[in-house]
Write a protein that binds this ligand. Structure first.
Ligand code: CA
Length: 225
């Protein structure tokens, strides 16, 4: 899962990143309005944690811009402003949640998890696709009741495909989802292909041939071979 944290208060930014990195999130940061806008429009995130008072502009304006341009990333506003008007404005502009500073990181984590659950798995923590089940909380995957042992990258790849199953995703988008900003340092995106191959092999070992055929139908929507 990929997060963008837009926050200019350095110590808070660092502690959010440290906390979520420990929970296996891929975290990217922006500390100004401009930088936040750039990242939010160039990349796709599962959730954006957004401060309101930012150097260069307001988080509310940023949110308004994103929603106007059909950006559907989950957004949680974090703000020192505890006024009802701000909360209502944020939620009306399309924020998914609003948390007043100071807050405990455990609470932010719960809110992020709840948002991801609503976004991807409706009432439970489990995303289902045919016989395939992926548990967002336990980070486990099973096919037809048998558990699949996936590497972290294979898990992230599968999750990305499942949450984008009706969209065409490029190899670069997959690479960015798995490696984030480090993608710039990669010589090629060929590793995406080997992750897909390994994932398919593991599914087939559990009897997921049919799934792989279906899966190929949407997985091959990527622009390669
Ligand atoms: Ca601020």
């Amino acid at each position: 899962m990929k997060l963008l944290i837009i926050e200019d208060e350095d110590s808070l930014l660092r502690s959010i990143i440290d906390y979520f990195t420990q929970e296996d999130f891929l975290c990217e940061a922006a500390s100004t309005y401009q930088e936040g806008m750039q990242k939010a429009t160039d990349f796709q995130y599962d959730c954006i944690i957004l401060d309101i008072n930012l150097p260069g502009g307001s988080g509310l304006q940023l949110l308004e811009y994103l929603r106007k341009h059909k950006n559907a990333d989950g957004v949680i506003i974090i703000s020192a402003r505890n006024s009802l008007d701000d909360k209502i404005a944020g939620l009306d502009l399309g924020a998914d949640d609003y948390l007043t500073k100071p807050f405990h990181l455990t609470e932010l984590y719960s809110r992020v998890k709840a948002l991801l659950r609503r976004k991807y798995a409706s009432s439970s923590n489990v995303i289902e696709f045919g016989q395939l089940k992926l548990d967002l909380l336990l980070k486990t995957v099973s096919y037809s009741g048998q558990s699949l042992l996936l590497t972290k990258n294979e898990y992230e790849l599968l999750l990305f495909l499942l949450t984008n199953k009706n969209r065409v995703v490029s190899r670069q988008a997959i690479a960015e989802h798995i490696y984030g900003e480090q993608t710039d340092n990669l010589a090629s995106f060929d590793f995406v292909y080997s992750h897909i191959k390994n994932l398919k092999r593991k599914l087939k070992e559990k009897g997921g041939d049919d799934f792989c055929k279906q899966y190929t139908a949407w997985a091959i929507n990527y622009q390669y071979d």
